[in-house]
Design a protein around this ligand. Sequence first.
Ligand code: PRP
Ligand code: URA
Length: 211
Amino acid sequence: MSNVIVLPQTNQLKGLYTIIRDRNTKRSDFIFYADRIIRLLVEEGLNQLPVEPAPIETPTGSTFSGVKFQGKICGVSIMRAGESMEQGLRECCRSVRIGKILIQRDEETAQPKLFYDKLPADIDNRYVFLLDPMLATGGSAAMAVDVLKERGVPEERILFLNLLAAPEGIKLFTEKFPQVKIITGAIDDCLDEKKYISPGLGDFGDRYYCI
Ligand code: PRP
Ligand code: URA
């Protein structure tokens, strides 16, 4: 599980999750507090990137042994719900390139279906922040990683950011893609009979965009 990174379970984070899990939370609050968690996930993703030495001179004339990121990054959101995470990434990485993959889970079978992708041309030279708030069975995210790998992105340059993960999805993902880093805010108990995360928060896309 060394490639599974869970945000520190601080009281603040527990409070944020309490709000977004609550079925009585109204949409404007759901968006506000989910956005706060997304920001924490993006910051943790950035913590995971390698750096190289970058010595600089300070206004006092001293040299400071600084660092800078080694490579370039981009975001790839799994539509629709993953698009909710784009703004959090933009707030941390000015004018970051963002690609899209449209994958939808069949509501009856929970099987993912790929409809569309549009990715930066040089994605094989970048670290990729894969964005989707929910890792349930893992089928959708695994399909997205297959697309990224077909475009030449090595597993070790993919960081999958999600708000909520089920053990079933983590198992599938870590077995299939041992080099991909998963950065999550919470690991829940299990999937229910409809393959929703339990206790979960319901349908993230509906709560963020519709209801
Ligand atoms: C949700 C979610 C993930 C997927 C997770 O998307 O955003 O993409 O389900 O489930 P899985 O791990 O079992 O594949 P959904 O297909 O419901 O579409 P949406 O983004 O439009 O809500
Ligand atoms: N997609 C969601 O939005 N929620 C779940 O619990 C599972 C898949």
